[in-house]
Design a protein around this ligand. Structure first.
Ligand SMILES: *Cc1c(COP(=O)(O)O)cnc(C)c1O
Ligand SMILES: [Zn+2]
Length: 471
């Protein structure tokens, strides 16, 4: 009997399919990425999304409590007794006051999907729960990833809590590069007990190396080339829809690094639309950091597009060759999106096609200011997440997003992931200001105007009271 879930090459004109019994991260025949695909005709899919809201009533069942597996009929690749869950995805869509963010949107039109509330503090848990489920089905004991931080934190957490079907604890293995790494994230991998290998190379090098090690040692690769990660991450969009009473917003905005998240969002909407479960598909805006803007350059400058699944591989190849020639590396304060060669590029092109999407990039200064503004509203996030709001501001300013449109920004990671950057931002403003004058001072005052540096006061009650009353 044919299986109802299988792997399928995303390239039109290839479309090779593979069973789920062996790990596979690329098409054997053409090398392109693989989708987890379903024979929906032979599966039972609820007739309306409201079905999923009713699972709130049975949330004492761990699978109904999970913000991912609550939607299991929309990612039906595993039997329920194999599903790994630690209560991921308890994240809610929150409305935020546009006036406090000084954004010219209509009241009530901006929502933040705060994925920092996940068990390991980033959206990565949505995908990891699905990939660990597949690892268990494949009988894998060793799981590994190359990571700029959050993937390793999430992998280490799930590895520490998951056993194989034979009852053996899983071993988490993490490759970190010589580049920047946020200490909050590294501390998690170490604390959860993952074997952490520090490699003399950047992220792109680490990923290449771990793919080789995966082949040789049979460890299961948990980077977002693993298509099961993306299956779990589709649930972020299901929860966004749920938060809006199943009425799709006009825009979804998210930061773009390896482009797994944006790819997953595109697949979620493609399937929901195909299944007749939503009336329309929102638009997608993927935000790159200016110092790691491969997607932005390829799409906006080189005209790269999905082209009905026959995208032009040579454009990216030339771009990478040119980067290598100029010895140019990704460089941004937002380490979670500091990626030069995004592995999910073709899937992100498809997402842009399905969701009538756009790409733009924002500077590190814009990212940091926006991060601080969100913090003022009580939604702490890490730098990469600030890119969502920095992108929104830019897209409203240039007229792409209309003032009456309904927007959802994804806050991908928790504030405490990268305290050095946060404290650095608030402290540096205090040091920089006096040195500036004239136009430079004006610009400096606009930038970092959300900085909240500590005030130095002598150990003296009068001075302390003056400082408080004068603030
Ligand atoms: C991984 C990550 C990103 C980038 O997501 P991609 O799926 O790689 O594009 C953005 N923000 C945070 C906090 C992340 O952990
Ligand atoms: Zn193929």
């Amino acid at each position: 009997m044919p299986e109802t879930a299988f792997l399928k090459c995303i390239r039109t004109g290839c479309g090779a399919t593979y069973g789920l019994t062996e790990p596979r991260y690329a098409c054997d025949s053409c090398g392109a990425l693989l989708d987890v695909a379903y024979d929906w005709e032979r599966l039972i899919v609820p007739g309306s999304l409201q079905f999923f809201a009713e699972r709130w009533a049975t949330r004492n069942e761990p699978l109904d409590f999970s913000g991912v597996w609550r939607f299991r009929e929309l990612m039906p690749f595993a039997p329920t007794d194999q599903m790994v869950t630690i209560g991921e995805g308890q994240t809610l869509l929150q409305q935020v006051d546009v006036k406090r963010l000084d954004l010219p949107l209509a009241d009530g039109q901006l929502h933040l999907q705060y994925e920092g509330m996940n068990p390991s503090g980033s959206f990565k848990d949505n995908g990891m729960t699905a990939a660990f489920t597949m690892a268990r089905m494949l009988g894998k004991r060793r799981v590994g990833c190359a990571s700029t931080g959050n993937t390793s934190a999430s992998l280490a957490l799930y590895a520490s809590l998951t056993r194989t079907n034979d009852g053996v604890p899983m071993q988490g293995i993490v490759f970190i590069g010589a580049g920047k790494i946020a200490y909050g994230k590294l501390s998690q991998a170490l604390d959860y007990g993952a074997l952490t290998l520090q490699i003399d190379g950047d992220f792109d090098a680490c990923l290449a190396r771990i793919r080789e090690a995966a082949d040789r040692l049979g460890l299961y690769l948990m980077n977002s080339v693993n298509p099961f990660r993306l299956e779990g991450q589709k649930a972020i969009m299901y929860r966004v829809l749920e938060g809006l009473g199943w009425d799709p917003p006009d825009w979804i905005i998210c930061p773009g690094g390896n482009l797994g998240n944006s790819s997953a969002f595109g697949k979620a909407f493609m399937e929901l639309h195909q299944l007749g479960l939503i009336p329309r598909i929102p638009r997608l805006a993927i935000i790159n950091a200016a110092g790691a803007n491969t997607l932005q350059s390829l799409v906006n400058d080189k005209g790269l597009g999905w082209n009905d699944g026959a995208w032009d591989d040579t454009l990216a190849a030339e771009f990478y060759l040119d980067m290598a020639k100029r010895n140019q590396r990704a460089n941004t304060v937002a380490t979670a999106i500091e990626i030069g060669r995004p592995v999910n590029l073709p899937k992100a092109l498809r997402a842009l096609d399905v969701m009538n999407g756009i790409v733009c990039d924002v500077t590190d200064d814009e990212i940091l200011d926006e991060k601080a503004r969100i913090g003022r509203c009580g939604y702490g996030c890490e730098p990469a997440s600030g890119a969502s709001l920095a992108g929104l501001r830019k897209l409203i300013d240039n007229g792409t997003i209309g003032k009456d449109e309904r927007v959802v920004c994804i806050l991908t990671g928790h504030q405490l992931k990268d305290p050095d950057v946060t404290v650095g931002y608030h402290m540096s403003a205090a040091q920089e200001k006096p040195a500036e004058s004239g136009k430079a001072a004006e610009i400096a005052a606009q930038q970092r105007c959300w900085a909240n540096a500590p005030v130095r006061v002598p150990d003296d009650l009068n001075a302390i009271c003056t400082a408080i009353e004068g603030a």
